[in-house]
Design a binder for this molecule. Structure first.
Ligand code: G3P
Length: 218
């Protein structure tokens, strides 16, 4: 399973890239705002900065909600860097825009997916990725992971090439469930990924190894 880092924070992206464990980055307008990135020129430059740090796909989201606006923005974003994937919301105009962009060879990530029906429409339009939001479903007492399993099964059953990019992944257990369910990618901050390393037997085992070494070697 691939990991994308879900952040626009350059320091965190550098740290993860240096660890060698990430395959791309996803951003959204909220994550860009969190980093204080404002104004079109700065926003576009920030996407390029991310692409220059990380190997792999970098999702950059359109802010238009009409078809013409989305495709104009999508083309502009895609022209920034070969690693850019255009992130488009799963609304009627967005589905049309995904169809247009995918026909032009521009890769897309269909975002804000909360049902299998939305995922199916995105896949039929040619989306490279669909992003079902796990944590936000959990927030309203729905099982976000169940949706991941359903979409993985649907794409496998119908032989659809769209990849399941599990988003709104908030904790390490979400990642473990993504692995079990066969999600193609999980996108999340660095912290839950680092949680995968934690095990008391690893910690106590390492402590003992070092104590035994130092008993003889000082
Ligand atoms: O990629 C979408 C993701 O950033 C949403 O995460 O935690 O805001 O629900 P969250």
């Amino acid at each position: 399973m691939k990991f994308f880092l879900d952040t626009a924070n350059l320091a965190q992206i550098k740290e993860a890239q240096e660890l060698g464990i990430i395959d791309g980055v996803t951003t959204n307008p909220s994550l860009m705002a969190k980093e204080g990135i404002k104004g079109e020129a700065n926003i576009l430059k920030h996407y390029v900065d991310i692409c220059e740090i990380v190997d792999g796909d970098v999702s950059a989201e359109v802010i238009s909600t009409d078809y013409e606006g989305m495709i104009a923005e999508g083309e502009k974003l895609a022209a920034l860097h070969p690693q850019i994937v255009v992130k488009v919301p799963v609304i009627k105009e967005g589905i049309k825009a995904i169809k247009y962009l995918s026909k032009k060879g521009i890769r897309t990530n269909c975002t804000l997916v909360f049902t299998t029906g939305q995922a199916l429409l995105a896949a039929k339009a040619g989306a490279t990725y669909v992003s079902p939001f796990v944590g936000r479903l959990d927030d309203i007492s729905h099982d976000g992971m169940e949706l991941i399993g359903q979409i993985v099964d649907m794409f496998n059953y119908y032989g659809m090439g769209t990849q399941v990019l599990a988003a709104s992944i908030r904790n390490t257990m979400h990642i473990i469930k993504c692995i079990e369910l066969g999600a193609d990618i999980a996108t999340c901050p660095l912290e839950p990924i680092l949680g995968l390393l934690k095990h008391p037997l690893t910690e106590s085992g390492l402590k003992k190894f070092l104590e035994d070494y130092h008993k003889l070697n000082g």
